[in-house]
Ligand binder design. Structure first.
Ligand code: ACO
Length: 335
């Protein structure tokens, strides 16, 4: 059994924050940010928006393009590290989409590689699990965990959502040629937002606790990152992963119509393209307008490239995600 991509959609918050806006709250400048990262602006959740509302909007557009009724969706994978609910939000999204048939839906947490892991999971569910219409959503609101006083990280991130519809097909039409996925917990120290115990337990006075129970209440820290190490990791591991996926697919680099990487830093994208000897005309980038939207960045950039007519049906895309965990991986797909 094969699987193919039949629709995509995306959504971003209304509030846009420019580099100049950021320079009013931290010691930075438009020039520093754009030269070092390629980012000019990002969107951030505000007002009544939440992550689920963005995810639902992106998913509806993908269903519409795919001409798939919500009742025919049999699996929803919500790839996010910043859900509206700690226990996951895929079932809420399923409800808001109006799926009356109770499809399976669950969350996948793999930071900026989340969408890629979701895409490969969708293919595995279709090939081995009898699923036919799988909606893969990549959505993140990293702004919730950014330290807005830390100029080293707050300039990088933005919020957004993207979705693709993956459908079962016969093997001749198969649109996921090969993939290559990895993780490394040791390198994870370079990037994270770890849990921390709060100073006091709101529920009980410390005198009331017995044998250290109940434990102190916890919350998550803001993002901590060693930017240089993450940069080095990305430019070392991403080209290797794409080369390995191409090898598994039996395809040469020249067969790639588009290189679509997780949008983290334009210098990372350029370095990977150079290493693969791919010209800049074959590279997709929307980083300037949206920054790093974590699990949303690949489907958001794909959707914009498809809707603008850049990516055409039948074209081959090498896509790769990388980020916290550390996690990374790539897939060779046909649009
Ligand atoms: N504005 C002005 N100056 C700054 C800023 C800023 N926003 N940020 C840092 N600086 C200063 C530093 O303090 C430092 O000053 P010093 O030389 O006086 O000490 C100088 O600029 C150089 O700082 P570096 O951190 O060495 O700058 P670098 O060239 O490494 O760029 C960056 C930093 C942009 C963060 C880069 O390392 C990077 O993009 N790394 C990859 C990060 C990434 O992609 N993370 C997300 C992964 S995906 C996920 O899963 C979340």
């Amino acid at each position: 059994k094969g699987c193919k991509l039949v629709g995509c959609g995306s959504a971003v918050p209304a509030l846009q924050i420019s580099n100049d806006d950021l320079s009013k709250i931290v010691d930075t400048s438009d020039e520093w940010i754009s030269v070092r990262t390629g980012i000019r602006a990002r969107r951030v959740l505000s007002g009544r928006e939440n992550l689920a509302s963005l995810a639902v909007e992106a998913a509806r557009k993908a269903l519409e393009m795919a001409k798939v009724d919500p009742d025919d969706v049999d699996l929803i994978l919500m790839c996010t590290s910043t859900p509206d609910d700690l226990f996951g939000s895929a079932p809420q999204i399923q409800n808001q989409l109006g799926c009356k048939t109770n499809p399976l839906s669950y969350d996948i947490t793999a930071a900026c590689s989340g969408f890629l892991m979701g895409l490969v999971s969708a293919a595995c569910h279709i090939r081995g699990g009898g699923f036919n219409n799988v909606l893969v959503i990549g959505a993140d609101a990293v702004s919730r965990f950014v330290d807005w006083t830390d100029r080293g990280t707050c300039i990088l991130f933005g919020d957004g959502a993207g979705a693709v519809m993956v459908q079962a097909c016969n093997s001749e039409e198969d649109g996921l040629f090969a993939f290559d996925l990895h993780s490394d917990g040791i390198g994870g120290r370079h990037l994270g937002a770890a849990i921390k115990e709060n100073e006091s337990n709101n529920a009980l006075d410390s005198n009331d606790s017995v044998f250290g129970f109940p434990p102190k209440q916890s919350s998550y820290s803001c993002i901590q990152m060693n930017g240089k190490e993450v940069f080095r990791f990305a430019i070392r591991c991403v080209p290797q992963s794409i080369e390995s996926a191409l090898e598994k697919a039996g395809l040469p680099v020249s067969s790639i119509d588009w290189l679509l990487l997780h949008q983290a830093n334009q210098r990372i994208i350029d370095a990977v393209a150079t290493r693969l000897e791919l010209p800049s005309e074959r590279v997709i980038s929307n980083l300037a307008n949206y920054g790093n939207t974590s699990a949303a960045s690949i489907p958001l950039a794909l959707d914009q490239a498809v809707r603008s007519g850049k990516v055409k049906p039948g074209q081959t895309i090498a896509t790769a995600g990388f980020g916290a965990g550390l996690t990374w991986g790539s897939a060779i797909i046909r649009w």
